[in-house]
Design a protein around this ligand. Structure first.
Ligand code: A3P
Length: 309
């Protein structure tokens, strides 16, 4: 099915989720060609959940023995997090008949796991991701901030490619499930079910941006344990967790020259991924009626799952 509006191009519904025309090729291509290894780590998120932040954190913690100095010579000081942890369907598998050479990634990471990311819903993941022992870290965020962040991303920052829609128009579509990789609630539920299934609790770690912002320290430690790179008592006493958090903070990353200028392969400007980085910015944009509508809609959609915002 195709739906016109919300973005300049048509968006297509595939396996129950909405994609742009350009993305759909990448989705099909990585489904067909990507072969996951048992020690891969895949970051999955709904767009605008703080993927950029999580990419920076996971890269730093997995590679901390190679790059212990977070003030000098650290890749994040000169490279955008999306380059260090590429998206499967947006960066690597972008054309139907193009199979990227991932051997460079394997070589570069030595005995480290390969790090990839995706916005794909669980149902659309390449089969090998589901069947291999690779780990999935799923990041979500409260839907009101996601909606506001997404609206800015698609309308203000790149109107030439996404089209311009009023907040009200976009809001109605979001509530009808028509948003990038939406419906938002179905995306969440797909991964939530796997993470809460008793037979595979080791497969998916479920993280929430808002909770991570509140207690970053404990979340980074939990993440490090989940991906098999726990912090030792000495490392913690040494301030290693705090140093990674400082390196990856919104203020630090957004003020780096590399993130203020330049573009990603996909054409997005590096700076487009850094806006305000706050929890609750929705209060500046949504009317109380809109907030109430989205809250009750999401509550109804998640009812019975045990998942709440
Ligand atoms: P806002 O638009 O609310 O500011 P994604 O990376 O999934 O595209 O999400 C982008 C959102 O994460 C934006 O939210 C952005 O400002 C915020 N963000 C980017 N880098 C961050 C960081 N290092 N720490 C916290 N939030 C960050």
């Amino acid at each position: 099915p195709r739906e016109k509006g919300w973005v300049a191009s048509y968006v297509h519904q595939y396996q129950g989720f909405w994609h742009t025309t350009r993305q759909i090729q990448g989705v099909l291509s990585c489904q067909k060609h990507f072969k996951s290894l048992d020690n891969d780590i895949l970051l999955v998120s709904t767009p605008k959940s703080g993927t950029t932040w999580l990419k920076a954190i996971i890269f730093s913690l997995v590679n901390r023995s190679t790059f212990p100095d977070t003030k000098h010579n650290h890749p994040l000081l000169t490279t955008n997090p999306h380059v260090l942890v590429p998206f499967l369907e947006l960066d690597l598998y972008v054309e139907t008949n193009h199979v990227p050479d991932l051997s460079a990634i394997s070589k570069a990471s030595f005995d480290r796991p390969r790090l990839f990311s995706t916005h794909l819903p669980y149902v659309s993941l390449p089969e090998s991701v589901k069947t291999s022992a690779c780990k999935i870290v799923y990041l979500c965020r409260n839907p009101k901030d996601i909606f506001v962040s997404l609206w800015h991303f698609t309308n203000r920052l790149r109107p030439e490619s996404w089209g311009q829609n009023s907040m009200e128009e976009s809001f109605d579509k979001f509530c009808n499930g028509v948003s990038l990789y939406g419906p938002f609630w179905d995306h969440l539920l797909g991964y939530w079910k796997v993470s809460s299934e008793t037979e595979r609790p080791e497969k998916v770690l479920f993280l929430n941006y808002d909770e991570m912002r509140k207690e970053p320290f404990s979340h980074v430690k939990k993440l490090a344990e989940f991906v098999g790179f726990p912090f030792s008592v000495e490392e913690e006493a040494n301030g290693d967790v705090a140093r990674i958090l400082e390196l990856c903070s919104f203020d630090n990353l957004s003020n780096l020259e590399v993130n203020k200028s330049g573009k990603l392969w996909s054409g997005e400007e590096n700076k487009a991924f850094f806006r305000r980085g706050e929890v609750g910015d929705w209060t500046n944009h949504l009317t109380p009626e809109m907030a109430e509508k989205l809250d009750s809609l999401v509550e109804q959609k998640l009812h019975g799952s045990g998942l709440k915002f």
